[in-house]
Design a protein around this ligand. Structure first.
Ligand SMILES: Nc1ncnc2c1ncn2[C@@H]1O[C@H](COP(=O)(O)OP(=O)(O)OP(=O)(O)O)[C@@H](O)[C@H]1O
Ligand SMILES: C[C@@](O)(CCOP(=O)(O)O)CC(=O)O
Length: 447
């Protein structure tokens, strides 16, 4: 590795409220950034052939799989030695080259190593390697074969990859500058959206960049209106630069923080759901059932807003009346039956959201909160220290989310119980910060 290496990391996410509605720019969502992060270490080296530049992305944890792309006379081609396609990597590289208008060989090759923190994947069959600063799970399988927990690895990957390439093409890159962060965000959204088939709201890329946020999306046509790259590379590059640098995306990212002494638990539920299929079914149901479906969305949105308001009230109370706040937290620690007006409001708002998603589940055939998850969430609501339990993101059979007091020990309350036999509590906390630069030494000599 060259001494010019740099490392960037970005957090995973949990969409606590706002699933489906956030696909429409009118509705606000609440996104918690997580302590599990994706990382990209980038370095450059002189190529043997000065007329050719290659960009190689390696995933040391997943069988050391490599994806190489060659830039020759302004054309980027996929290297014949790649064992599989990785659209997230390919779109990230193509858009970064287009944005910086890199036409010719740069006189060096670019190497990027990707690392993902343990919580992104089920740890079964892995070996942990560490160096006293970082620890990562290593698998003997390729990335597509290892079950994921749904924390947004692809959004994190695209965001750190884009940042790594920014740092090569603009060596003065400084992530503390807001406009720089926005450009990286915009470019990452374009790449992630193209790779994902233009389905998502972009909340995951926004959290990877900006951390925990109240998020309202940009208009989807910002990206879908880009010209076809295949028709004219020049048109595409100019439009892309204009979109990234000079266009107001009109999205909202307000920094948020879970109230003091509360924490988010995510339970991985050992099966999985396909977000794309769920979204397609819900969209069909929505369009076929207007105006009733819009009324249901309004109900859910009222629940979402009330939930966010109750988090804000708790934050306020912890600042303005710490004594009263302490009593509230202590009472919650002792019993889940404790009723305080703010806690009641929070529980009622989640109940309203869940009621409506169960209705959509029945009517649309999209299993957002199927009966087994209802049973599990209701059981969680009886555990001590639990304020609310819900299905994060698209719902389905992926995961459950619990907001609890910091003192709550879910392991001891659920261990050995049949109802929780499929649930693995992930080792995670909420974090405030999004994209950041890391120390290179923290990634060396993992063993
Ligand atoms: N460490 C990695 N190395 C290489 N590619 C990765 C890595 N982590 C994720 N990816 C890419 O991201 C894809 C997974 O993205 P996908 O959007 O399906 O899941 P996710 O983002 O983790 O979860 P979700 O979309 O449910 O939030 C992988 O198939 C692979 O292409
Ligand atoms: C259904 C949706 O609103 C949320 C999907 O969330 P997740 O990928 O299941 O965490 C889609 C989106 O916003 O991209």
């Amino acid at each position: 590795m060259d001494t010019n290496a740099r490392v960037f990391s970005a957090p995973g996410k949990a969409l606590l409220v706002g699933g489906y509605l956030v696909l429409d720019p009118r509705y606000k969502s609440y996104v918690v950034a997580l302590s599990a992060r994706m990382h990209a270490m980038v370095s450059t080296a002189r190529p043997m052939d000065q007329n050719k530049t290659s960009i190689t992305v390696c995933s040391p944890q997943f069988n050391n799989e490599k994806w190489t792309y060659n830039l020759l006379q302004g054309q980027l081609s996929v290297d014949g030695t790649n064992k599989s396609k990785n659209l997230f990597i390919e779109c990230g590289i193509r858009n970064a080259l287009d944005y910086f208008d890199i036409q010719n060989s740069m006189g060096f090759d670019i190497n990027i190593d990707i690392f993902s923190d343990p919580a992104y994947h089920s740890s079964q069959g892995s070996i942990m390697k560490q160096n006293g600063m970082k620890r990562f799970n290593f698998f003997n399988s390729s990335i597509s074969e290892v079950p994921k927990t749904g924390l947004g690895s692809s959004a994190g990957l695209v965001t750190v990859l884009t940042t790594a390439l920014f740092s090569v093409f603009d060596p003065n890159l400084d992530l503390t500058i807001d406009i720089t962060l926005r450009k990286i965000h915009n470019l990452s959204q374009v790449s992630h959206c193209q790779a994902q088939g233009k389905i998502g709201s972009g909340f995951d890329v926004a959290a990877a960049t900006f951390g925990s946020i109240a998020y309202q999306r940009f208009e989807p046509n910002l990206i879908s209106d880009l010209p076809e790259r295949n028709l004219s590379a020049k048109d595409y590059n100019v439009s892309l630069q204009h979109l990234i640098n000079d266009t107001d995306w009109k999205f909202t990212v307000e920094p948020v923080k879970l109230p003091d002494q509360l924490r988010l638990f995510l339970g991985d539920v050992n099966s999985g759901s396909e977000t794309v299929k769920l979204v397609t079914k819900v969209k069909n149901w929505y369009n076929l059932n207007l105006p009733k479906s819009q009324e249901i969305y309004k109900e859910i949105n009222a629940g979402n807003m009330a939930f966010i308001a109750s988090l804000n009230e708790m934050n306020q109370l912890s600042l303005t009346n710490p004594e009263k706040y302490k009593v509230l937290i202590n009472n919650l620690n002792k019993s889940n039956k404790y009723e305080d007006p703010i806690v009641l409001q929070m529980r009622e708002s989640i109940a309203k959201i869940r009621d409506n998603f169960r209705l959509i589940t029945r009517e649309s055939g999209a299993e957002i909160e199927p009966p087994v998850q209802t049973e599990l969430l209701d059981t969680c609501m009886n555990l001590n220290g639990v304020l609310v339990a819900c299905i994060p993101g698209a719902g389905g059979y992926d995961a459950i989310a619990l907001l609890t007091t910091e003192m709550t020990n879910l392991d001891s309350q659920t261990k050995g119980k049949e109802e929780f036999s499929n649930v693995t509590w992930l080792d995670l906390q909420q974090v405030d910060i999004g994209l950041k630069e890391e120390e290179v030494v923290a990634y060396l000599n993992l063993q």
